[in-house]
Ligand binder design. Structure first.
Ligand code: CU
Length: 274
């Protein structure tokens, strides 16, 4: 057996082992997002499937690079290869393009089905909670570098932290006051661009009470990395009503300084010192 053939067989065995170990690991570990909303499970399944599909290709490419370096490595002072050595392999290239195209097509179909299921899940009504908050609208206002939230069904008061009632069908209206941000609520499987003068609508149903974290998912300036809501909460419906009423009372004196609730806002340029 030639040394090259032995090396190829060794690398093939390494690849099979890497695929096997990787597949076991991906089957065991938990993928984001947490199962905290009605849409997160299907997103998690899709991420897991894509990882399963991508890992054999990724490991094959890395091992092929290593193998090529071992076989084709030449001394720095060696004569350049004759042009006839630099030939392609149409059959290999065709197989590669065919296999990758098929995988991308299948993943595209699965992604589309997941997105479609998610959208139909969003129009299903709430399964619990008190009737008046079964369908809650919340406005997410992004600006450099924080999120604020307004609750139109409670007089449009503003909160620095997102508080949601469990099991409610929540519709987020996402907008921005300055540059493009992205409202990313990983645990809920929600990510929506926050664009000035646009009302970007997305829904989810929180299923688990607890503290959560929201981050900005779009590079938006110097402090983008620090733009997060570290005290988001999902609470029981009755706790939420109490909280909202307290906030409404506490905010009453400053409501006259807030612009009236609207889909989007045009900030006063004077506020930025221009
Ligand atoms: Cu941002």
């Amino acid at each position: 057996m030639s040394p090259t053939r032995r090396l190829v067989l060794t690398l093939a065995a390494v690849w099979v082992g890497a695929v096997a170990v990787g597949s076991i690991v991906f089957a065991l570990i938990t993928f984001p997002p947490q199962p905290a909303s009605n849409v997160s499970q299907s997103i998690q399944d899709t991420i897991r499937l894509i990882t399963f599909a991508a890992w054999p290709i990724f490991s094959l490419v890395v091992i092929a690079i290593i193998g090529t370096l071992l076989v084709r490595r030449r001394a720095p002072d060696a004569a350049p290869l004759p042009p006839s050595e630099l030939r392609g392999n149409p059959r290999l290239a065709g197989t590669w393009i065919g296999v990758v195209s098929a995988i991308v097509l299948v993943l595209g179909i699965i992604g589309t089905i997941t997105l479609n299921n998610e959208q139909s899940a969003q129009v299903v009504g709430a399964t619990g909670g008190s009737a008046n908050i079964a369908n809650l609208e919340v406005q997410v206002i992004a600006q450099q570098w924080q999120f604020t939230y307004r609750y139109p069904s409670y007089g449009g008061f503003e909160s620095a932290h997102l508080v949601l009632p469990v099991n409610a069908n929540v519709t987020f209206h996402v907008t921005s006051l300055d540059v493009t941000h992205s409202f990313w609520y990983p645990a809920m499987g929600v990510k929506a661009d926050a664009v000035p003068e646009h009302d970007n609508v997305v829904s989810a149903q929180p299923l688990q009470i607890g503290p959560y974290r929201i981050v900005c998912g779009e590079l938006c300036g110097l402090w983008h990395g620090a733009m997060s809501d570290d005290a988001a909460q999902v609470m029981s419906a009755s706790d939420f009503v109490n909280w909202a009423q307290q906030q409404q009372t506490a905010d009453a004196p400053i409501m006259k300084y807030l612009p009236p609730y609207s889909d989007t806002y045009v900030p006063n340029p004077g506020a930025y010192g221009s």
